[in-house]
Design a protein around this ligand. Structure first.
Ligand code: SF4
Length: 243
């Protein structure tokens, strides 16, 4: 409880950071949490911006990713490019072998299309369990959420307590950025990015659960497209989940 209160105080103190630049928020976070903070990266546009910023502030800043085993080849390609350009050590969390074996033997490799429960089971095995393992040695995490991405994200702060994950501190350094700013930064700084973004994939997850969107569709319409909007959950960003 004491730790939790300390974290809360810290976050409140950090409210002064709301008006600071993304780089200043990251500098504050790194100095505050050191090795106990890491960027959770799925190598989307916001994540590569944050990787570039972190590499310039402190090349030892920690970056981790959840390799679900079902990612698109383009995601592995940008991961390689990031390693080459920045020399970033990417900490990889893979699902537990036994759990994947049992799940696929029982329900098949494409279980996610069969029911909402099976899709959630797959996300639990391939994302949530590895994410919880990643969080076990962290006091804070950095992620690329932006307020304009979804109605559920309009209230996010640059630094907040993540009640969905044991009250760890969550740093949304790009909270007030627009999509235009993200892409301007990528171009200006020649940041490697996922080439699926050039093929109308604004939001990229696992290959079988992501498709391109049509003009005018919601940016997240290509994720679990066969489900209704309220069902699109996996637990990464809230109890109800998004990502
Ligand atoms: Fe499984 Fe699809 Fe969830 Fe990836 S996004 S973990 S493939 S259900």
């Amino acid at each position: 409880m004491e730790t939790r209160n300390a974290k809360l105080e810290l976050a409140q103190e950090a409210e002064g950071l709301e008006t600071k630049s993304a780089q200043d928020v990251l500098k504050w976070a790194l100095s505050e949490f050191g090795e106990r903070i890491a960027l959770a990266s799925s190598f989307g546009a916001e994540d590569v911006v944050l990787i570039d910023m972190l590499a310039k502030i402190d090349p030892k800043a920690r970056v981790f990713t959840l390799d679900t085993g079902r990612l698109p080849q383009e995601t592995y390609e940008v991961m390689e490019k990031v390693r080459e350009k920045y020399g970033t050590k990417i900490e990889v969390y893979f699902p537990e072998t036994k759990s994947v074996e049992e799940m696929e033997e029982k329900d098949g490799p494409n279980l996610f299309y069969k029911s909402l429960d099976l899709r959630k089971l797959c996300c639990q095995v391939r994302k949530i369990e590895p994410l919880n393992r990643a969080f076990s040695d962290l006091d804070a995490w950095i992620c690329g959420l932006r307020r304009e991405q979804a109605v559920t994200r309009t209230v996010i702060k640059k630094v907040e307590i993540d009640k969905s994950h044991g009250s760890i501190v969550k740093v949304n350094a790009l909270a007030d950025w627009t999509e235009k700013q993200v892409w301007a930064y990528i171009k200006e700084n020649t940041v490697p990015y996922n080439t699926l973004h050039d093929q109308n994939y604004p939001s990229i997850g696992c290959a079988p659960c992501t498709r391109a969107i049509e003009p005018g569709e919601d940016v997240r319409a290509g994720r679990w497209w066969w489900e209704t909007p309220e069902q699109k959950e996996c637990g990464l960003h809230s109890k109800k989940g998004e990502n």
